[in-house]
Design a protein around this ligand. Structure first.
Ligand code: GTP
Length: 598
C-alpha cells in the first residue's frame, strides 16, 4: 500500500494504565475481530499474560482504518508491556514506529514509568501523543492530568485526547488524531531491502517466524536474503503482515511491519536487532541495532529429570527466539546435575521464563536461588564478576567486594512519604534529591543495592502506599560492600543450589528466616530432617522438620474411597515438581521461597 497511508505507532504507559484495553478497542472499532470472536486482552496471547492481566510481550497487529478525510489507512499498532522488567520489549517496539500514544490514567496521573517510557520514545524521535484514559471513572481528574502533562512531561496538553478505553469514549477522535499527527514512514522503496528484526518466535508447524520493520525496499516470496551480522543466507518462503495470526501477502515493502519465514534451521542465526537484506543486492548500512540487554538477576535452571537435559537445551534455544533478553550458558551443580546458568531482567522475568518452559515446552524444572552479579577484587588486584554462589572463593582471597546499585525513582503522594523513606532506609537506600511535583506529590530518588530491591521491594512499596507510589529504576554502578556466603544444609549436607550471597550484617537474620521458610515449604518425610544455615563453619540457625508418622490416607479409614484416591493423586501431583536432593525431596517453591524475607 501507499506509504503515505501507513502509520506505525506503539502504545506506551505506566503499568495498568490501559494499553491492552485500548488495543482491544482499536481492534473492535476497525472490525479486525468481530464481536463473536472477541475476548479481552486480545493481543496478550500467552496464558500467563491473561492469568496475571499483564502484557509481557510486545505484539504487533495491522489494522485498516477508514478516516473521515476519505482515505483508507493502514495502522500498525504495537502494544507494549508496562512492568519495569520488560522495558527492553518497549525499546524494541519503539524502534519500529514513528509515533507513540502515551497513555495516562486520569485517576492516577503521571507515574514513574510514564516518564521513563516517554524519554525512551523521545530518544528515538517519535511523535508523542498524550492520551488521558479512564475518563469514565468518577475520580477522573482531567484538569490535574493536563497540568501534569504540561508541567511533568513538558508536552502540549492541548494535544491530549481524553478517552475511555473501556467504554470507547473518544476513540474515534483519537484515531483521526493519530493519522493526522503521526508522520508516515519515509523509506525508499526502490533501494535494496533493509529490514530490522524486532522480534521472532518459533511456530511448531512453520518453524522460525521473523518479525520485521521494513525501512527500505521490499521482501517477497522467493527472495534470497542474508542477515547482516553473520552473513547467514536463506530464501524467503512466506511473507505477510500480522492480523490476529499471520496473514500472508506475498510481499512487504518499506514502511510495513510484517513477518517472513525462510526455512531457518539454525536458530542461533536469528538475532533480534539484526538487519535483513538482499543476498545479491545488499543495503550499505545495517539499521541501528538495540542497546545491549543487561541481565540483573542470575539463576540456574535444571531439569527435574536429569534425562531431560537435551530437551531443556532445545526449549531454551526456541524460547530465546521469542525472548531476546534471555541470556544463558551451560552450568552444573553437585546437587542438581547439568543445567543452564541464565540471566534475567528481574524476578518477574525469571518467573515468566520458568512458566513458559513448563507450559509451552512441557518441562519440569527447578531454578536455583537467584543472585545479582558481584564484582570482586582478589589479593593480586585482579577484578572479576561473580553471580553464582557456588563459585564463591575462599573469603581470605578477596581484597574487595562490590555490589550493583540502582538509582530508583519513586513518585508518591506526600501522605506516604514517611513510610517510603523508612522502607528505603531498611533496604540500605541512600536518599538523593527530592522534588515536589505539586502540593500533593513528590518525586524522590534513592541509590539502593540491587539485591535489596529485586525481591520484595516493589510489593512492599505498593502495600505501604496503598498502590499509589510508583517506581522505576536504572542500574547505577557498583559500591563496596561486605559479603558472606550463606549455606543451607539439609540432613547435614550442603545443598549448593540453595546457597546465597548476602550482605554480611544481615547474614544471621537471613539464615534464620530462610530456615523458617524452608520448614514451611518442605513436606514432612519418613524421617526427621534438620535444616541448618551456616556461614563458613559456623551454624547460625537451625530448624527441624519432624518425621511423618502415618500414611496420609490412614485417616480416611478406608471408608471413602474417592476421597482417598483424590488424596493420592494430589500427592502425586505435588511430587512432579519435587527434586531429589540427596535423600530429601525438595519442592520447586523452596528455591524461590528462600528469597522472600519478612
Ligand atoms: P500492562 O500491560 O500490564 O502494563 O497493563 P495495561 O496498561 O495493558 O493495562 P490494561 O489494559 O490491562 O488495563 C488495566 C486495568 O484497567 C484493567 O482492569 C482494565 O479493565 C482497566 N481499564 C483500562 N482502561 C479503562 C478505562 O478506560 N476505564 C476503566 N474504568 N477501566 C479501564
Amino acid at each position: 500500500s501507499d506509504q503515505s497511508k501507513i502509520r506505525n505507532f506503539c502504545i506506551i504507559a505506566h503499568i495498568d494504565h490501559g494499553k491492552s484495553t485500548l488495543a482491544d478497542r482499536f481492534l473492535q472499532k476497525t472490525e479486525v475481530v468481530n464481536d463473536r470472536n472477541f475476548q479481552n486482552q486480545m493481543l496478550d496471547s500467552m496464558d500467563i499474560e491473561r492469568e496475571r492481566g499483564i502484557t509481557i510481550k510486545s505484539q504487533a497487529v495491522t489494522i485498516p482504518f477508514h478516516s473521515k478525510d476519505g482515505n483508507e489507512y493502514e495502522l500498525n499498532l504495537v502494544d507494549t508491556p508496562g512492568h519495569v522488567d520488560f522495558s527492553y520489549e518497549v525499546s524494541r517496539a519503539i524502534s519500529s514506529c514513528e509515533g507513540a500514544l502515551l497513555l495516562i490514567d486520569a485517576t492516577q496521573g503521571v507515574e514513574a514509568q510514564t516518564l521513563s517510557n516517554m524519554f525512551m520514545a523521545m530518544e528515538h524521535d517519535l511523535e508523542i501523543i498524550p492520551v488521558i484514559n479512564k475518563m469514565d471513572l468518577p475520580s477522573a481528574d482531567l484538569e490535574r492530568v493536563k497540568h501534569q502533562i504540561e508541567h511533568d512531561l513538558g508536552l502540549d496538553s492541548e494535544m491530549a485526547f481524553p478517552i475511555s478505553a473501556k467504554t470507547g469514549l473518544g476513540i474515534d477522535e483519537l484515531m483521526e488524531g493519530l493519522v493526522e499527527w503521526i508522520p508516515a514512514p519515509s523509506g525508499e522503496r526502490s533501494n535494496p531491502p533493509k529490514a530490522l528484526i524486532f522480534d521472532s518466535h518459533y511456530d511448531p508447524y512453520r518453524g522460525v517466524v521473523i518479525h520485521v520493520r521494513m525501512f527500505d525496499g521490499e521482501l517477497k516470496e522467493g527472495d534470497e536474503i542474508k542477515f547482516m551480522s553473520n552473513n547467514a543466507e536463506y530464501k524467503v518462503e512466506d511473507v505477510g503482515v500480522f492480523k490476529i495470526g499471520l496473514d500472508k501477502t506475498g510481499k512487504i515493502q518499506a514502511g510495513d511491519v510484517g513477518y517472513f519465514i525462510a526455512g531457518i534451521k539454525n536458530i542461533s542465526d536469528v538475532r533480534v536487532g539484526d538487519t535483513v537484506t538482499s543476498k545479491k543486492n545488499p543495503c550499505s548500512e545495517p539499521c541501528e541495532g538495540f542497546r545491549e540487554v543487561k541481565p540483573v538477576v542470575f539463576s540456574s535452571i535444571y531439569p527435574i529429570d536429569t534425562n531431560q537435559y537435551q530437551e531443556l537445551h532445545t526449549a531454551i534455544d526456541k524460547l530465546k527466539l521469542n525472548d531476546a533478553s534471555l541470556i544463558y550458558e551451560k552450568d552444573s551443580s553437585a546437587a542438581l546435575g547439568f543445567g543452564f546458568r541464565c540471566g534475567f531482567l528481574g524476578l518477574l522475568h525469571l518467573e515468566v521464563v520458568q512458566a513458559r518452559l513448563e507450559r509451552e515446552f512441557g518441562l519440569n524444572i527447578v531454578l536455583t536461588s537467584p543472585s545479582v552479579r558481584y564484582r570482586l577484587t582478589n589479593m593480586k588486584g585482579e577484578t572479576y564478576y561473580l553471580d553464582n554462589p557456588a563459585e564463591y572463593p575462599d573469603p581470605g582471597s578477596i581484597e574487595k567486594a562490590e555490589e550493583p546499585y540502582i538509582k530508583a525513582a519513586i513518585i508518591t503522594p506526600t501522605d506516604y512519604l514517611g513510610n517510603i523513606m523508612t522502607l528505603c532506609m531498611n533496604k540500605r537506600g541512600i536518599q538523593q534529591e527530592m522534588n515536589y511535583l505539586d502540593e500533593k506529590r513528590v518525586e524522590i530518588f534513592y541509590e539502593m543495592p540491587l539485591a535489596e530491591v529485586l525481591f520484595d521491594f516493589y510489593d512492599k512499596l505498593k502495600s505501604i502506599s496503598r498502590g499509589y507510589a510508583s517506581f522505576d529504576y536504572e542500574l547505577h554502578g557498583f559500591k563496596e560492600t561486605s559479603l558472606a556466603k550463606l549455606d543451607i544444609l539439609l540432613n547435614g549436607e550442603v545443598v549448593d543450589a540453595l546457597s546465597q550471597l548476602v550482605f554480611k550484617d544481615n547474614a544471621h537474620e537471613r539464615g534464620k528466616s530462610v530456615c523458617k521458610k524452608l520448614k514451611g515449604e518442605i513436606p514432612r518425610q519418613q524421617f526427621k530432617i534438620p535444616i541448618q544455615a551456616a556461614i563458613g563453619n559456623t551454624i547460625v540457625a537451625r530448624e527441624t522438620i519432624s518425621a511423618l508418622r502415618k500414611d496420609v490416607t490412614a485417616k480416611c479409614y478406608g471408608g471413602d474411597i474417592t476421597r482417598k484416591k483424590k488424596l493420592l493423586e494430589k500427592q502425586k501431583e505435588g511430587k512432579k515438581r519435587m527434586k531429589m536432593v540427596g535423600n530429601v525431596e525438595l519442592p520447586q517453591e523452596a528455591f524461590l521461597a528462600v528469597l522472600r524475607t519478612d
